[in-house]
Design a protein around this ligand. Structure first.
Ligand code: GUN
Ligand code: ZN
Length: 661
């Protein structure tokens, strides 16, 4: 199995890395399709690496095999010799050509052996390409044959093996195909989707990817055959696609078309310098339009790839920033078909929820669909189980609630029963105590910028309060401590459930930022036990971890560390995936967890990079960073000493512009 390492993530999308004999591939990555015949390729792989930084390519082993002179060269100098390239080369088996052109048949064993013989870094098994419109019977029958070939390919493999995932448009088959491929694959390759790309059937693409996803092992990179338009990279990455390939850059260039993340533009129609990429700056597009066909094609191919590379970089940056959903929604404005695709994605929240991070630094509303993101779905589901019964009063969202709030809003009704004050948020009514939590607290939506609404809020607050009879004419009274205690209790209840909240809350005192009024930490005596960031989530220090550990049952909120790693974790080193024995399945990535040894002794508090279902399955890389630990190692430059997370944030560390990460 390939050593795929997950470095950063945003939900299913990941920044990762895996080694090949010709160097590592950093994902997400675009592998341009290059023709094995150098005479038919507008730019050589080496030129593409030098000009655009493309480090790996994909080419057709099948075309090489069936073309005698190419085959002879490949057999004597290897595929790297044929391409004149010393970086990673993935080869495809020809399933698509055989399907599309019905040309020369090659045996599955033969084409796999050929890929090994010519030194391919990633060899693709010969699958049976299944059209999205195939019947269930036909798709199932083809899949059975593909599976048989995959097992044989695994036994015979000499290079990293890309295992295609077929199954047509049928969720049951896609799921099964994903599971079978996961048993043998170094690279999972979702196939049979080119017709969906070509005909902009993005909702179906979303359903195919959603169906396959739970069956795909997290331990292997996921390749998406035929995803080559920069319009779709963010969308595909959202489902966890790590590798993209396509000959689209060249095909579009041949047709005189410029690709952009916003769509496609015909060169003939260009009158203005609409692209100022390095290439179009050097050779203005209105001039390029008059060039001889071959030169024009070369120039457009390079523009198309350059734009694609830039879009992959944006996707990578968005994964780093935790803003991939925003990028996807923005890209979806390019075409209604993509909007329908995003809707299909949000129709399948359960595909995303297992890896949906506990929080992100920001939540920026892009459009009406933003409130359907998985983060919102999870929050709403949890909320449904949280509220109920109490008398409820509603407050306007984002009213200037502090400090007036603490003077004017009573926590109980005249008979002494607690009132649940809710704020009207884009997710619905949320208890005031929880309104700083991600995704509601960092929510940046248009309502905040509608001037009338902002101006209305104080009077709405007054109106809401005057509906409370006891308050009419009552003198302001300082209820800060009362409200703070209540918020501490509510946040612990939200985070850990009733038993733990009841055990911990009485011993903790909340402390607010003087500048913003936001709850900043829970102290026990003078010592910080939980620290809250801009996501509103209380995160335990080592003291808080110890309190939590004492208050909750074994198993819960815990990651069990293998014996070999116990001393490392205790001294503050990251916990690596292969040293995870087990983990509480309810923990999402980004959550704080108790890292314990097999006897349930608390070693450290960690922040999860991996979901529990992924831990142990990835052989390389970090599962959790230690954020607080029992024993300081003493050395200041210890690379794994990531104490930032429990560093007490100074007052006023809010971003300059709300919603900016
Ligand atoms: N290229 C484009 N689609 C496919 C596919 O489904 N399988 C293979 N092997 N190659 C492809
Ligand atoms: Zn350009």
């Amino acid at each position: 199995m390939v050593d795929f390492e997950l470095l950063e993530r945003d939900g299913l999308a990941r920044l990762g890395r895996f080694p090949t004999p010709h160097g590592p591939i950093e994902t997400p990555a675009l592998l341009p399709v290059v023709h094995p015949d150098p005479a038919r390729q507008p730019w050589s792989p080496t030129e593409l690496r030098e000009r655009l930084g493309l480090r790996a390519v994909i080419t057709s082993a099948y075309i090489t095999w069936r073309t005698p002179p190419l085959r002879a060269t490949a057999e004597s100098t290897g595929i790297h010799g044929l391409l004149g390239f010393d970086g990673p080369v993935m080869t495809d088996s020809g399933a698509f050509q055989q399907h599309a052109y019905g040309s020369v048949e090659v045996g599955a064993d033969e084409i796999l052996a050929f890929q090994g013989a010519i030194g391919s870094d990633i060899a693709t098994a010969l699958d049976l390409f299944t059209e999205p419109d195939a019947t269930h019977d036909a798709a199932a029958e083809a899949l059975a044959e593909t599976e048989r070939r995959l097992r044989a390919a695994r036994a015979a493999r000499t290079a990293l093996l890309a295992a295609p995932v077929q199954g047509g448009r049928f969720p049951d088959l896609r799921y099964r195909a994903a599971q079978r491929a996961s048993e043998v694959a170094d690279v999972l390759a979702v196939g049979g989707v080119v017709p969906l790309f070509e005909r902009y059937r993005f909702a179906e693409l979303a359903r195919v990817l959603a169906a396959a996803r739970p069956g795909l092992t997290p331990a292997a990179p996921v390749h998406l055959f035929g995803a080559g338009h920069p319009m779709v990279f963010a969308f595909a990455a959202l489902f966890g696609a790590d590798l993209f390939d396509s000959s689209a850059y060249h095909k579009f260039a041949r047709r005189g078309q410029l690709m952009f993340p916003e769509g496609t533009i015909a060169l003939d129609s260009v009158r203005e310098p609409i692209c100022r990429c390095g290439l179009c700056d050097d050779a203005p597009l209105d001039q390029v339009a008059r060039w001889p066909a071959a030169e024009r094609e070369r120039q457009l191919a390079l523009h198309n790839l350059s734009v694609s590379v830039e879009e992959i970089a944006r996707v990578r940056q968005a994964i780093h920033d935790g803003t991939l959903w925003e990028l996807v929604e923005r890209r979806a404005t390019a075409h209604p078909a993509l909007r329908v695709g995003v809707e299909a994605a949000t129709d399948a929240p359960d595909v995303f929820l297992p890896t949906e991070p506990e929080s992100r630094r920001a939540f920026r509303e892009v459009g009406a669909s933003s409130v359907r993101r998985p983060a919102m779905v999870r929050f709403r589901r949890r909320l449904d189980g949280f509220v109920g019964g109490q008398p409820t009063r509603s407050l306007p969202f984002r009213a200037p609630l502090r400090p007036e709030f603490f003077d004017r809003v009573p926590t109980t009704d005249p008979s002494g029963r607690p009132i649940l004050w809710t704020v009207r948020t884009p997710v619905g009514d949320v208890p005031w105590e929880l309104s700083d939590l991600y995704p509601v607290g960092p929510y940046l939506g248009r309502e905040e910028f509608e001037r009338e609404a902002a101006a209305r809020a104080p009077s709405e607050l007054t109106a809401a309060l005057s509906a409370e009879p006891r308050l009419a004419g009552a003198a302001p009274q300082d209820r800060d401590a009362e409200w703070t205690a209540r918020q501490v209790g509510a946040l612990l209840l939200w985070q850990y459930g009733a038993a733990i909240a009841d055990a911990l809350a009485p011993g903790l005192t909340g402390e607010r930022s003087r500048r913003t009024g936001r709850l900043r930490r829970f102290r026990r005596g003078d010592a910080p036990a939980f620290v809250l960031g801009t996501d509103g989530v209380p995160r335990p220090t080592f003291l808080g971890g110890s309190l939590l550990h004492g208050a909750c049952d074994a198993g819960r909120h815990r990651v069990y560390v293998a014996d070999d790693a116990v001393e490392f974790v205790r001294s503050g080193r990251s916990l690596f995936s292969r040293f995870v024995e087990s983990a509480d399945p309810a923990l999402p990535p980004g959550a704080s967890a108790l890292l314990v040894d097999r006897h349930d002794e608390l070693l450290a508090v960690g922040r999860l990079l991996l979901a529990p279902s992924e831990m142990g399955r990835l052989r390389r890389g970090v599962a959790a960073w230690v954020t607080a630990h029992a024993r300081r190692s003493g050395s200041a430059d210890d690379e794994e000493e990531l104490h930032d997370e429990v560093r007490i944030p100074p007052d006023g560390d809010e971003p300059l512009m709300r919603g900016d990460p």
